[in-house]
Design a protein around this ligand. Structure first.
Ligand code: AMP
Length: 214
């Protein structure tokens, strides 16, 4: 099963993507996580990506597309994957379609997790990310067991630079201009499914499972 998660930054698509990956036993491919790992490891790609990410801008398409398409060649992708944060522009979606059709393949679902902008700004200021493993929490809706520490690896939790309020507003503008058109793109392809992302995360997940099947 090949799934794309769509939705504004902070809509909860990363959380849902992880839950989908666990239930259907497919890898969760997050371009944001790949960039953050590269930043942490001080790679050239990480240095380039950071300049854009810290401003709330998208990393240029040419730095993203090959990275994801190469990832598909790994063994764990043979039964599908859930893409989180990719594609984010029409050219990325077209490049993805071209690469899949060259492999005789196609995407099965694009799930749009819908959350209004005002809820997003509220949510993102409470988001915390683990400096060790990248796990994300929310101080109110998904709090760690010990304040400021990751449940999984025990490392410190921080407010990511790109979750700071001024950056969030930029990210939302970028989302509306560059990523939202993908909803029409996948509607035209007949694979869009909409879920109400304002619900409790388990209810959002149940709505997704009812689309994907047990
Ligand atoms: P995310 O964790 O998915 O919200 O991504 C964090 C940041 O990484 C974004 O704000 C972008 O700067 C960058 N990024 C992640 N995925 C992409 C993508 N598909 N295209 C361009 N930039 C991306």
């Amino acid at each position: 099963m090949k799934i794309i998660m769509l939705g504004a930054p902070g809509a909860g698509k990363g959380t849902q993507a992880k839950m989908i990956a666990a239930k259907y036993d497919i890898p969760h491919i997050s371009t944001g996580d790949i960039f953050r790992a590269n930043i942490k490891n001080g790679t050239e790609l990480g240095k380039k990506a950071k300049e854009y990410m810290d401003k709330g801008l998208l990393v240029p398409d040419e730095l993203v597309v090959d990275l994801v398409i190469d990832r598909f060649k790994e063994d764990d992708c043979k039964n599908g994957y859930v893409l989180d944060g990719f594609p984010r522009t029409i050219p990325q979606a077209e490049a993805l379609d071209a690469a899949l059709s060259a492999m005789g393949d196609k995407m099965d679902y694009a799930i749009n997790v819908e959350v209004p902008d005002e809820n997003i700004i509220n949510r993102m200021s409470g988001r915390r990310a683990c400096v060790g493993c990248g796990a994300t929490y929310h101080i109110k809706y998904n709090a760690p067991k010990t304040e400021g520490k990751c449940d999984t690896c025990g490392a410190d939790l921080i407010l990511r630079d790109d979750d700071k309020p001024e950056t969030v507003i930029n990210r939302l503008n970028v989302y509306h201009e560059q990523t939202q058109p993908l909803i029409d793109y996948y509607t035209n392809k007949g694979i869009i499914a909409e879920v109400d992302g304002t619900q409790d995360m388990n209810d959002v997940f149940n709505a997704i499972v009812s689309i994907l099947g047990e």
